[in-house]
Design a protein around this ligand. Structure first.
Ligand SMILES: Nc1ncnc2c1ncn2[C@@H]1O[C@H](COP(=O)(O)OP(=O)(O)O)[C@@H](O)[C@H]1O
Ligand SMILES: [Mg+2]
Length: 327
């Protein structure tokens, strides 16, 4: 079939995101005819492009519009209005999962554990129940650990107030303050719709993390320090397949990931980030619909561990999406 790979301009800026070539190659290997459609900060050229040669399916990996990730859901909404078929979650799924506060509210309704929290915006505080220090502060609609540094962990009221005001100035958005969950960090890829499958669990191993720093996947841990030299936080974290998880615990973690995916009404694929305390409580930290599909990403690595090679993985997503429209 004719597939349009819809991606952001960011993906083309140096260093060019290898995921474009990878998905295009995988689509080709599965016999699809792929072409790229770039979305930047103007919607008219995208509409014109998609209308001039309507694809059978849009492979939607566009995670922002004009650099703003809060607008991600509008791209899926546009595809709906153009009556185009597309991979991944609906606008509703992207809105709820794209907002960490809304996510937590929906998950709580379904009895899925998330860290207790409060939101603060321009003097308005929204909370339910007690919360206690230490807390982690984050902008609720950002991604990729944007805005998450070691200063995001606060231990008392003074640190809390200082961090809230600097986050608010920077992001002009509410601040989410949630209880810091001390525990191991896991990522679970989820694939499917009526039959949802959890992929092998990946752990973010902090055993080589700098001593004395709270163990979090901060901006510098994920991407290196300030984008310059890779610092100790980056060097101290590694994604691994844990070998010491009891089967019963692994099953429970996978079940929570699948439950979260379904509670948020996501589609096709996603990655669920969780933390598990020493006492065995499983907390969902966040859920990433349309998660990064680069061949070395956690999601693709986990699929490979399950025996799903990259081209079949991409084709599976195509099939899951297509099946939704053929009923
Ligand atoms: N409640 C929490 N308790 C402990 N660590 C957390 C908590 N929330 C986030 N973190 C840490 O911060 C990282 C980034 O937070 P996350 O909510 O996943 O944001 P992003 O969307 O930027 O990935 C997580 O991977 C985790 O290491
Ligand atoms: Mg995350």
């Amino acid at each position: 079939m004719k597939v349009a790979l819809l991606h952001t301009q960011d993906a083309l800026e140096p260093p060019v995101d290898p995921v474009l070539d990878q998905i295009e190659g995988a689509l080709g290997e599965s016999g699809h005819e792929a072409r790229r459609v770039v979305i930047d900060d103007s919607i008219e050229p995208v509409i014109a492009d998609l209308k001039s040669d309507p694809p059978d399916l849009v492979f939607n990996i566009a995670e922002s519009f004009g650099g703003r990730s809060a607008l991600e859901s509008n791209i899926a909404a546009l595809l709906n209005l153009l009556s185009l078929r597309y991979t991944g979650s609906s606008p509703a799924g992207l809105i709820v999962a794209g907002d960490k506060t809304l996510t937590k509210k929906v998950l709580s309704f379904h009895g899925i554990l998330t860290a207790r929290f409060a939101t603060v915006f321009r003097g308005n505080v929204d909370w339910a129940g007690d919360i206690s220090f230490p807390l982690i502060l984050k902008p609720p609609q950002e991604d990729a650990s944007l805005g998450i540094t070691q200063n995001s962990i606060v231990h008392d009221i003074k640190e809390l107030l200082e961090s809230i005001s600097s986050l608010q100035t920077e992001y002009q958005s509410p601040v989410l303050a949630e209880e810091f969950i001390d525990g191991r960090e896991f990522y679970v890829g989820v694939l499917g719709n009526s039959n949802v499958q959890a992929l092998p669990i990946i752990e973010l191993d902090f055993s080589k993390f700098p001593k004395g720093l709270p163990k979090i996947a901060s901006w510098s841990a994920k991407w290196g320090e300030d984008g310059e030299g890779k610092g100790a936080e980056f060097a101290g974290t590694e994604s691994i397949f844990p070998t010491d998880l009891p089967a019963e615990m692994a099953d429970r973690i996978k079940k929570v990931a699948v439950d979260a995916f379904q509670a948020l009404r996501l589609r096709d694929y996603a990655r669920v980030d969780l933390r598990v305390t020493d006492s065995g409580k499983i907390y969902v930290i966040e859920v990433n619909p349309n998660c990064y599909l680069e061949a070395k990403s956690e999601f693709a690595t986990a699929a490979l561990k399950e025996g799903i090679d990259y081209p079949p993985l991409i084709n599976r997503i195509v099939e899951l999406a297509s099946a939704r429209y053929s009923r």
